[in-house]
Design a protein around this ligand. Structure first.
Ligand SMILES: *[C@@H]1O[C@H](CO)[C@@H](O)[C@H](O)[C@H]1NC(C)=O
Ligand SMILES: [Zn+2]
Length: 295
């Protein structure tokens, strides 16, 4: 009797710890494991092929064989229960396995989720992760895929060679509402607190992207969040997605992190390129009569 009372006391104690303390493993700006200290806890974050990078147009190498790029299952509207989650670092949308990168990469990759990175910490701060010639854009979309030819699931692929491919899109602000983002943005208020989840009923992934999907940059890199695994084939598109200034404001001001602070500037700064080469599917236009390298 006595024993069982003690036992249940310990179980209660355990439960209450689980309920009230989400362990914040890493952050962007504040706390012990902020961006500058990720590598202390996650050694790969200090490795040599990290993401994001600054794409320097002058150093990009044009590769005419990269043109055959084909998506499957992106064309909407798709109907379903797509999970919209505030994970404390970003807003994430769960994607159906029918969405794939069918051609153009060494393997077929299946979509898992997409999420955003943004700014807003100070007035007018942008928050894209990749920068182009030093320019940071308003925000950035990542569509995460796993190598479904080599691996059975995202969990299996996430720390394996050639495991992941991410499509990245940069945002600019404009005057008109981008209605393909309206449902997601209006539902942000229902997932204000970190850990909250809701559902989106209709999604049109292709319509959320720019029209021109032919011009892109490609390089080998990593996850831009801990554990920073270096198994990501990155495709960064040249055409930008436009959101209205009001939509960007809502993105920057609605969600809270695990400390109930407004979630802002959830981007990692550019990492050294080191021995890597960024390839492009198109002849990059240079200012002042300069030319990009052609191979
Ligand atoms: C954040 O706010 C919610 C709602 O007021 C509360 O339940 C939760 O305990 C708060 N979390 C922290 C870390 O303060
Ligand atoms: Zn990301």
């Amino acid at each position: 009797m006595r024993c069982s009372i003690q036992l249940s006391f310990y179980i209660l104690l355990l439960l209450s710890f689980n309920c009230h303390s989400h362990v914040v493993e890493w952050t962007y700006q504040e706390g012990e494991v902020d961006e500058a200290n990720w590598a202390k806890k996650y050694p790969l974050c200090g490795a040599t092929h990290q993401s994001p990078i600054d794409i320097q147009k002058k150093k990009v190498v044009y590769n005419s064989e990269m043109s055959s790029f084909e998506l499957e299952g992106y064309d909407g509207p798709l109907h379903g229960d797509f999970e919209l989650t505030n994970n404390g670092h970003s807003v994430q949308i769960g994607l159906p396995f029918t969405m794939k990168i069918k051609k153009g990469l060494p393997h077929v990759y299946t979509a898992v989720q997409m999420h955003l990175h943004w700014g807003g910490l100070d007035l007018e701060t942008s928050g894209s992760e990749h920068t182009i010639d030093g320019m940071r854009y308003m925000a950035e979309l990542h569509i995460v895929h796993y190598n479904s030819e080599l691996y059975g699931s995202f969990d299996e692929a996430k720390d394996k060679p050639e495991g992941l491919a991410v499509l990245a899109f940069l945002y600019e602000d404009g005057h008109f509402e981008n209605t393909y983002y309206s449902e997601v943005i209006s539902k942000l208020t229902t997932i204000r607190y970190a850990g909250q989840v809701t559902k989106v009923k209709i999604l049109d992934p292709l319509a959320m992207l720019p029209e021109n999907l032919e011009n892109f940059y490609r390089y080998q890199g990593s996850l831009t969040t801990p554990p920073c695994t270096e198994n990501v084939l990155w495709t960064v598109f040249d055409s930008k997605v436009i959101l209205s200034q009001n939509q960007i404001k809502l993105l920057e001001n609605t969600l809270l992190d695990w400390h109930n602070k407004t979630l802002r500037n959830d981007y990692r700064h550019a990492q050294p390129l080191n021995d890597r080469v960024v390839k492009s599917s198109f002849r990059v236009k240079m200012p002042k009569g300069e030319y990009s390298i052609i191979k």
